[in-house]
Design a protein around this ligand. Structure first.
Ligand code: NOJ
Length: 799
């Protein structure tokens, strides 16, 4: 049975390693100095809170215990059902880009591809469509979004692609609108992984061996992310604040420790920050195996232990009867248990799922072998969702280089090179439900998403090859392809056309990929990995002989491109990143110019790996491995700007088929009270007066943008703030963006940036509040990327 459980767990946690039956060690470094705050429903859930209290009064002690310990059931985790009180068994299921593991739903574009659109409407609409599919498949709580854990501190991070921008503000905007999308359709959503979860290496779920493990299961405690209070507030907490403000019902604490204490038992981050400062009113749930004990975790703020009794308790026999005894003998006050239960019930009421039951669950998750009901098939994909994700794929495709290769000019002879263009020869299930780790001989096919619990099977993946072939029918173009990256002779014949009368192709499209997945960080930022990709090799080979080579990059983050990017035969480079199942059609829309590219990078692409902050993945092989966040506020572009390092492509960079001119920056100091927060946080600031919120708008910055090219196109306009030198901040920090869509040639439009108090404040570690910079001035810079900021305006705050 243990073997079976191990295999099942592998699909949940991200490895195919066997599970060892180690005993639970004492959780190390438990500190619960800050007591857990009691919920009150906050601004939005007052009524749900009173209803939860009424139900609570009806519950026995054992029922309460069962409500906060995951139960056996069909889903990745399941809560207790109490029929006599009308409480359903709730289903918790991954993940951030689609329901999994199941068929009959959409494989959505990844977080980073959606981020690359810089379009809040698309971010919101994606969440609405995604949440609807969860709902329609009978999932109560979606284990997404990935709202800043990881944020992208390390370019090597194995899960950055699940998330958004390597920047707190950008990810904050995505967290807000993305979470709101879930909430608006009546889903319960989960912001994860809280917090400073920035590497896979040594993340160590309880009692579980992972590919990186050097010690027996649970001998080594998880990596400790050591972060200072200012960095935590200004960089890592920011996007979780936005998820809470948008009304996320759940937050998942991460595997890692924070400053020496397990994230799920860390009273400072859970009780002081999340439930205190951010005023989070929902349930804090553990990542699977993130719980290493009972008392310290309960008092450290963890409400719901998941999967609890699921998976045969292999992830720890915590909560449950241990908690029962602790409440009985007074070690844990029953009032704390009551609040844990209330925090599970409030979202059930607030989402409407108590009053109107959701459709039946069709899932039998891979972790649920002990659950007898088989999975059912229900196809929930809507035609409108397919259109939406095609648009996200196209609008999230970043044009990095264009010396005239794009848009394509009705090519008559097209060569397609690379396994990444075509289908997976083993079918969608052939390489595992999670990892796409195929046999070495297999052509893995186009890379549309990373692996792990963030992976989702596609319903109908249209490859680039298929979409290009369909498009080429319109002009009866010749289409040749070589999908084997090691078939150098075939590639040579195709790109030179030397054996055929029609000669060299008009265009050679080379498809390159870099795979990554949960529980593994990248070892390097190269495009050649393992035995099977050779992606850089095929770019070099093709560009050596084909003078109109266009490179397509399916990548989960930065890759180093110096060996080929300046090659004059490479006339264009596009990066759709990980675009989901409409990968082909979305790409065709950009290549053929049905839409002008408008995406911009959500991370920095360096010229060399050494240009990134050093040691962002800690390989500290000790029983208590440590990761020191020494770069502090200077992640990603902030690092390059601070040390004047020229990147290959900067954060926020992306070309268009059109051109834009920037002029007339202005400010308007009209203040507008916050009306956007669904739940109000308790974040406070120096000089705060009654009724004021840190999310009040204190200023609007505007700039005039003109489309000076010949294409109808969209422009992502970005605003960065420079704080006075004395504040020791990075030179520029992102604090606004807006996408001006469908701009006609010669059209001028106003880009408008609402500036909230928090956007122009810094965290003061002494007073433990936000405050304006001591010199009271900030400079706003507006432009098309983090390094092209032609407009600036300095503003003085009077307070
Ligand atoms: C572990 C992952 O870290 C988390 O994101 C996921 O939701 C759970 N496993 C459940 O599959």
């Amino acid at each position: 049975m243990k073997g079976l459980i191990g295999i099942l767990l592998a699909t949940v946690l991200g490895t195919s390693q066997p599970v060892r039956g180690a005993q639970a060690p004492e959780a190390t470094g438990l500190a619960f100095a800050v007591p857990p705050p009691t919920s009150n429903g906050g601004q939005a859930w007052k009524d749900s809170h009173s209803r939860a209290l009424k139900l609570l009064a009806e519950m026995t002690l054992q029922e309460k215990i069962s409500m906060v310990t995951g139960q056996r059931g069909p889903c990745a985790a399941n809560s207790e059902s109490i029929e006599r009180l009308g409480i359903p068994r709730m289903c918790f299921q991954d993940g951030p880009a689609g329901v999994r593991p199941a068929l009959g739903h959409t494989q959505f574009p990844s977080g980073i591809t959606t981020a690359a659109t810089w379009d809040v409407e698309l971010i919101y609409n994606r969440s609405v469509a995604l949440a609807q599919e969860f709902y329609d498949m009978g999932v109560h709580i979606a284990l997404g979004m990935t709202t800043g854990g990881p944020l992208g501190r390390s370019p090597y991070g194995g899960r950055n692609w699940e998330g958004w921008y390597a920047d707190p503000y950008g990810t904050g905007v995505a967290s807000f609108y993305g979470t709101k999308g879930f909430i608006d359709v009546g889903m319960q959503s989960c912001a994860k992984h809280y917090t400073v979860y920035e590497q896979e290496t040594f993340r160590n779920p309880f009692n579980f061996t992972e590919p990186y493990s050097v010690y027996k299961a649970s001998e080594q405690v998880p990596i400790s992310s050591n972060v200072d209070d200012k960095t935590n507030h200004e960089v890592y907490l920011w996007s979780f604040a936005e998820a809470v403000r948008a009304g996320t019902t759940h937050v998942m604490c991460a595997y890692n420790s924070i400053n020496g204490t397990h994230a799920c038992a860390n009273s400072e981050s859970n009780n002081l920050h999340l439930k205190g400062e951010l005023n989070f009113q929902g349930a804090l749930i553990s990542d699977w195996g993130g719980t290493w004990g009972t008392e310290g975790f309960v008092m450290g703020g963890l409400d719901l232990n998941l999967p609890g009794l699921g998976y045969g308790n292999i992830l720890g026999n915590f909560y449950d009867q241990e908690l029962y005894q602790m409440v009985l003998n007074g070690t844990i006050p029953e009032s704390r248990l009551d609040d844990m239960v209330v925090r599970v019930l409030v979202p059930l009421f607030a989402s409407g799922q108590y009053d109107k039951p959701i459709p039946s669950t069709v899932i039998n998750s891979v972790g649920a072998a002990n659950w007898p009901e088989p999975a059912q098939y229900r196809n929930v994909q809507k035609r409108s969702t397919v259109e939406l994700i095609r648009k996200i794929s196209a609008d999230g495709t970043i044009l990095l280089k264009n010396t005239g290769g794009l848009p394509l000019k009705a090519p008559k002879n097209i060569a397609i090179i690379g396994q990444d263009a075509g289908p997976n020869l083993l079918g969608i299930q052939g390489c595992g439900k999670l990892f796409r780790d195929c046999d070495i001989w297999n052509n893995n096919g186009t890379l549309s998403l990373g692996g792990g619990s963030g992976y989702a099977w596609p319903n109908n993946l249209i490859t680039p090859l298929e979409a290009i072939q369909a498009k080429a029918l319109e002009t009866q173009a010749l289409v040749q392809f070589v999908l084997n990256n090691t078939a150098t002779n075939a590639i040579d014949l195709t790109i030179t056309g030397r054996a055929l009368p029609m000669g060299q192709p008009d265009v050679c499209l080379v498809f390159a990929e870099r795979y990554v997945r949960e529980n593994m960080d990248r070892n390097d930022l190269s495009l050649n990995i393992g035995e099977w990709t050779h992606s850089e090799d095929i770019i070099l080979q093709t560009a050596a002989k084909c003078n109109n080579t266009i490179v397509v990059l399916h990548i989960p983050g930065p890759v180093i491109m110096e060996a080929w990017i300046d090659n004059p035969n490479i006339t264009a480079v596009v990066a759709p990143l990980l675009p989901g199942e409409q990968t082909g059609p979305g790409l065709v829309d950009v290549l053929w110019g049905h839409v002008s590219p408008s995406a911009k990078l959500p991370f920095t692409i360096a010229k060399a790996e050494k240009d990134y902050p050093p040691n962002t993945i800690s390989y500290d092989i000790s029983v208590t491995p440590q990761a020191d966040f020494t770069e502090k506020l200077k992640i990603d572009y902030r690092w390059f700007d601070s040390y004047n390092i020229t990147p290959r492509f900067e954060f926020g960079f992306g070309l268009s088929y059109s051109t834009f001119a920037y002029s007339e920056i202005k400010s308007d100091p009209t203040e507008v009270p916050d009306s956007t927060s669904v739940q109000k946080t308790n974040e406070s600031f120096v000089g705060q007066q009654d009724g004021q919120s840190i999310y009040d708008m204190v200023l609007t910055i505007t700039a005039e943008i003109t489309n000076t090219g010949r294409w109808t196109a969209a422009e992502v306009v970005q605003l960065y703030v420079s704080f006075p030198t004395a504040e020791n901040q990075p030179p520029n920090v992102l604090r606004g963006f807006t996408k001006l869509k469908n701009m006609k040639p010669d059209e001028t439009r106003t880009a408008s940036f609402p500036i909230r108090r928090k956007d122009v404040m810094v965290w003061d570690v002494v007073v433990q509040k936000w405050r304006y910079p001591a010199e009271q001035t900030v400079t706003f810079r507006v432009g098309s990327s983090s390094r092209k900021l032609p407009l600036s305006l300095t503003h003085r705050f009077c307070h």
